[in-house]
Design a protein around this ligand. Structure first.
Ligand code: DP6
Length: 326
């Protein structure tokens, strides 16, 4: 049986309380919860059709996927087949609106779009929670990109992961903030988040990091509800810096930062000292993302553009959740 080819789009998200550690690698279950903001304008569109070819075919931005990327998408298709009962191979193509070579490409947007397009193409109508659990199997952070705005991915308690899903923290349009992203290096990173997390789990600081996340989540949740940027920004900055501190203490050490990453951090702190509420976050790479009020975004962008080594600055508003586009 052939089912309709489906195309879905999802946006990237910025974790304000980071996911950095797993309790189950096979099911991709997190060691702790996390909270993010979905961002507008940085999205991936995925087209999936179970057309029954001789093998799964995966194309990314118009070219055949690399071995690593292809294998990851194929193992995700195995999950979709197992859940839907479909057996056919699929043709998959993804297209990203994230400017190429800026190091902001995200598996979160890709696997959220693939979960929605893949499940529909396989004939499944999943509710948002089940869709989030499916996206999680491709990439943990993708569980959050199913939803727009502020989103919490709950750790869950069950061994089968069914309760490890994301949910919106507040309704759409609750709080209009900006994320200003400074691209400090477009060189592909040497250590993926997946490998980085595995290394971080062997750091002597890892148990303290996991133990502290619950308090960060409670503080971030309350700050989002109260629209308290100072509290949210400080907890987000703290979460990011602690996550990177765990890696620094690992053997071998894990450091994603480049020189301009550190300079951007200092620039953000100077802005704060000058009265601009701006707060930094850094993911598994050298780029710096800064949370601020919409009215301060241009000033923050100008300050970051001025840092030697910054290649490009992007300003993002809150974005919507994953949607079917065709
Ligand atoms: C630093 O979701 O990419 O961005 O589940 O192994 O695919 P896998 O990892 P991934 O890790 C994201 C790590 C992070 C923090 C975050 O998004 O919460």
């Amino acid at each position: 049986m052939n089912s309709p080819v489906t195309t879905a789009r999802a946006n990237v998200n910025l974790a304000l309380v980071k996911y950095w550690g797993k309790r189950d690698t096979a099911l991709n279950l997190p060691a702790a919860g996390s909270i993010s903001l979905t961002l507008d304008g940085l999205s991936v569109e995925a087209r999936v059709g179970f057309d029954g070819g001789a093998a799964d075919r995966v194309e990314i931005d118009g070219a055949p996927a690399s071995d690593g990327e292809g294998a990851r998408v194929r193992s995700f298709l195995e999950v979709v087949r197992a859940e839907s009962g479909r057996r056919e191979h699929a043709a998959v193509s993804t297209r990203s609106t994230v400017p190429r070579g800026v190091g902001l490409a995200s598996s979160a947007a890709a696997f959220a779009a693939l979960a929605l397009a893949g499940s529909r193409a396989a004939g499944m109508e999943l509710d948002p929670g089940a869709l989030s659990a499916l996206a999680r199997r491709g990439s943990g952070s993708a569980a959050r990109s199913i939803f727009g705005g502020f989103v919490e991915w709950h750790r869950g308690e069950r061994a089968d992961g069914r309760d490890s899903i994301a949910r919106p923290v507040v309704g759409p349009g609750h709080w209009d903030l900006r994320v200003v992203a400074a691209v400090t290096s477009s060189v592909p990173k040497a250590v993926s988040s997946r490998d980085g997390m595995a290394r971080a789990a062997r750091s002597p600081l890892y148990p303290a990091w996991i133990a502290a996340v619950e308090a960060d989540l409670a503080e971030a949740r309350a700050a989002i509800i109260a629209r308290d940027l100072e509290t949210l920004g400080l907890v987000a900055e703290h979460s990011a810096l602690t996550m990177h501190a765990v890696g620094l203490a690992a053997r071998p050490p894990l450091l994603y930062w480049r020189g301009p990453t550190v300079e951007c951090l200092h620039r953000v702190w100077e802005l704060r000292a000058a009265g601009v509420p701006a707060f930094a976050s850094i993911d598994a790479g050298p780029q710096v993302k800064v949370l601020c009020e919409p009215g301060d975004a241009e000033r923050v962008a100008a300050a970051l553009r001025d840092v030697p080594g910054v290649e490009r600055v992007l300003v993002c508003a809150p974005g919507t959740g994953a949607e079917v586009v065709a």
